[in-house]
Design a binder for this molecule. Structure first.
Ligand code: GAR
Length: 223
């Protein structure tokens, strides 16, 4: 008998952009395999040919592509090539998982409302680079990470969920990064799953979750 699929909902198609180790990509692969993430990981795209995350994609049988930004002297040419490559896979959701290129407004607008980033700080603190060292230098007693919608403002789109970790006396930035990654691997697939379930959207520059406008720092994740 042919199953009646008239009302079957197609799975959310996710394209993941990476630049490096891809441990967050691995968290998405694991969440999919454990059925905590009801999505198809349709492609991984890296701007760096040597990104070890590409090996994670290969091991998981996910199609991958490299679009090396160094081959594009003009940022906009890189962005347009990348946008076309992403669009080829017809994604419902684009995940920036340690993707270390600033994207043009043209790129961001094309995927507006369906692109999530993870940034290793408790935004609005420390947008940009070297977040953990900056938290140490400021004498902070906690660090953390934020999943947020991507807008053309660098690390400035509306937050969805944040997770904090303590800074312990004697910590190096690398110690903090390792602790933060542990939280990222939980909250990033979790936020993506909210999107897959149709619970999450960006509206008028704010995050809407289950019909509720979230506070400017998003939901707080408690481990
Ligand atoms: C993660 O900690 C992520 O928050 C950060 O890069 C790391 C990537 O790790 N992203 C940014 O700094 C973006 N501005 P991964 O490659 O192992 O997932």
């Amino acid at each position: 008998m042919i199953p009646d699929t008239t009302n079957a909902r197609a799975k959310t198609r996710i394209v993941v952009l990476i630049s490096g180790s891809g441990s967050n990509l691995q968290a998405f692969i694991d969440a999919r395999d454990n059925r905590q993430l009801d999505a198809d990981l349709v492609a991984v795209i890296s701007n760096r040919p040597e990104a070890t995350g590409l090996e994670r994609a290969a091991r998981a049988g996910i199609t991958s592509r490299v679009i090396d930004h160094q081959a594009y002297p003009q940022r906009l040419d890189f962005d347009r090539t990348l946008a076309a490559a992403v669009a080829d896979y017809k994604p419902d959701l684009v995940i920036l998982a340690g993707f270390m290129r600033i994207l043009s407004a043209e790129f961001v607008d094309r995927f507006s409302g369906r692109m999530l980033n993870i940034h290793p700080s408790l935004l609005p603190k420390y947008p940009g680079l070297n977040t953990h060292q900056r938290a140490l230098d400021a004498g902070d007693n906690e660090a953390g990470t934020t999943v947020h919608f991507v807008t053309s403002q660098l690390d400035g789109g509306p937050p969805i969920v944040q997770g904090a970790v303590p800074i312990i006396s004697g910590d190096s930035a690398a110690d903090i990064a390792a602790r933060v990654l542990g939280v990222e691997h939980v909250i990033f697939p979790m936020a993506a799953q909210w999107y897959c379930e149709g619970r999450l959207s960006m509206q008028d520059g704010a995050t809407l979750l289950d019909g509720e406008v979230l506070a400017p720092t998003g939901r707080t994740f408690e481990a």
